[in-house]
Write a protein that binds this ligand. Sequence first.
Ligand SMILES: NC(=O)C1=CN([C@@H]2O[C@H](COP(=O)(O)OP(=O)(O)OC[C@H]3O[C@@H](n4cnc5c(N)ncnc54)[C@H](OP(=O)(O)O)[C@@H]3O)[C@@H](O)[C@H]2O)C=CC1
Ligand SMILES: Nc1nc(=O)c2c([nH]1)NC[C@@H]1CN(c3ccc(C(=O)N[C@@H](CCC(=O)O)C(=O)O)cc3)C=[N+]21
Length: 295
Amino acid sequence: MTAKILDGAALAQELRAGFKLRAEALAAQGTRPGLAVVLVGEDPASQVYVRNKVNACAQAGFHSEKIVLPVETTAADLLERIAALNADPAIHGILVQLPLPKHIDADAVLEAIAPEKDVDGFHAENLGALTQGKPRFIPCTPHGVMKLLEKGDVSLKGQEAVVIGRSNIVGKPMALLLLAAGATVTVCHSQTRDLAFHTRRADILVAAVGRPRFVTGDMIKPGAVVIDVGINRVPEDQPDAGKLCGDVDFASAREVASAITPVPGGVGPMTIAMLLANTLLAAERVAAARTGAAS
Ligand SMILES: NC(=O)C1=CN([C@@H]2O[C@H](COP(=O)(O)OP(=O)(O)OC[C@H]3O[C@@H](n4cnc5c(N)ncnc54)[C@H](OP(=O)(O)O)[C@@H]3O)[C@@H](O)[C@H]2O)C=CC1
Ligand SMILES: Nc1nc(=O)c2c([nH]1)NC[C@@H]1CN(c3ccc(C(=O)N[C@@H](CCC(=O)O)C(=O)O)cc3)C=[N+]21
């Protein structure tokens, strides 16, 4: 079997066209959606993602601000910047690119973002709301995965879903969303005994490990749907060294799976689309509150 490709780039483009129309409608009423992206330090991969986000905003007619701070920025300076963005009426969404330099407490920074502007959905209040099944902002990457599964007509009710990775950014919220959709969810991590035992049981397998080509075809149940969240560089000793690759070994996996996301062109573009979706939602809520207050 050769797996069907779940095309995230195409779906993201389709969704972004709709966001543009909604942004125009909102702008006509006096609110242009605005996103601020804060980057501390000069990690080259982060710079690429930040550029992608800013370009996507421009294409959809959003206002965006890129704030690049030197790596030696203090926590106090960063918190001051965030306080200013919290108070800025032109900004509806704030994203602080992770990871932050080691001398800055990332949790304290994420908690300092006003929850109603937390378009990543990482604030404890928003993660709590998601856990209770009442999300305010759904974290972008797992949200993008759910949209791809929906588009691919993948049914989740009663299915076995296995997530590899338990980070606050991807693995944990991914497991919550799959659970809410009716799947039976297993979350694996670096201490999991016999990982392949779990992955081979999965009808839906999500890899968010951060290790290039880690999941191979022999770890996948025939006919499973495989979602590759990983964004890695191919190691020097492998073919295509230096190019982007996922956490899944695409060549062997596509022979076993029924559907699979590619890297690039899978989950990555969906993350950006969902960031725009959350920023639009934040701006629409502000506009609705203003209209409500006026009437
Ligand atoms: N496409 C996109 O839009 C995005 C892609 N990414 C990519 O997704 C990947 C994961 O990101 P993120 O969640 O932030 O990464 P983290 O490093 O925070 O988490 C990785 C997870 O994988 C687990 N893990 C590591 N090694 C193993 C192993 N040998 N066996 C089983 N589990 C293991 C870790 O376990 P433990 O908890 O025990 O350490 C951890 O839970 C990365 O490649 C990242 O670049 C991230 C965000 C967005
Ligand atoms: N606060 C915060 N929120 C994030 O959402 C966040 C973060 N920090 N830190 C880093 C990770 C990573 N991430 C990606 C976003 C888009 C692509 C993306 O657009 N990928 C394209 C191509 C990228 C390329 O060509 O380099 C693709 O996969 O096709 C990838 C990865 C968001 N992250």
